[in-house]
Ligand binder design. Sequence first.
Ligand code: DOR
Ligand code: ZN
Length: 348
Amino acid sequence: MSDRITIRRPDDWHVHFRDGAMMQACLPETARVFARAIAMPNLTPPVRTTDDAIAYRERLRAARPAGSSFEPLMTCYLTHDTDPDDIERGFREGVFAALKLYPAHATTNAAEGVTDLNRLDRVFERAEKIGLPLSMHGEEVDPAIDIFDREAVFIDRRLGPLTEKFPGLKMILEHLTTAAAVDFVRAKFPQVAGTITPHHLELTRTDMLGHGMRPDYYCMPVAKTERDRRALVAAAVSGEPCYFLGTDSAPHPLARKRSIPAAAGIFAAPTAIEIYADVFDRAGALDRLEAFASLNGPRHYGMAPNEDQITLERVEWQAPETLAVNGPEECVPIYRGGQTLRWRLAAA
Ligand code: DOR
Ligand code: ZN
């Protein structure tokens, strides 16, 4: 087995950069590895219009380390007031890479999301017509639905019908967590693709709840069963074009992760590519890491893959426990921080 692997530079198709000091601290962790990343729009207030996105893109670009050519890709937070003309303008001006659907209250800063999908028909029609992809947080928010069933029920009740109603609308079901989602995406590709996070490749609900409650392993959608986790690993390492990398790196201050209720979200950017490499290595599939990390995403979004490369090496190292934000008094816990990781990014 190889101890080094060189792949085209990957992109991250799902990141929460936040804003202000948090963005300043977190963005370089993504830019160290990835050429491009989809910047999620769930700020307060959300990124709802082309003008919002242009302004946010400028703030993100200004947070890049000196000399970095990292490029944030912008998304439009859908509400019942989203204007089809504005999304078309954003798309044609090269601002919006995707729309983002949050069912209202599904997760952090989703309160202004969508309660009635039918009210977005004109937006979806326009997106379908112009070729603007729809990315979504796929969880049913009906309180009668058990939290572990939210993704599967969303697929049955919402996503399946939406794919029939708008067969030309390209979609991305974000952060797959179930075998049902893996199967649905495969069946619906090339219309629908799915992103997979590093933590959902490693964690089950037993890791989160079975050995003391672990808020550091708490995110939405929550991790599911070992059977689901294995289905996710099989999907990712298959290299099939319908699955690609999206870390859902979602930083929260340590105090918010330890408060009651604890904030949902896992900050994975500092360890993500290293963990993906480890998962692929353990599955004997390092030769398919490049498809998952660097080729399948741009193809689905209709973009060219990156030309330059990164090298990963099999070397043990200890990830830092936290990332300081504006001084160590406010810090963000890092996914698997403090633990020994088996792969690391080689110096350029
Ligand atoms: O756990 C989550 N945290 N899931 C999401 O979808 C959003 C994210 C956040 O913004 O913190
Ligand atoms: Zn997310």
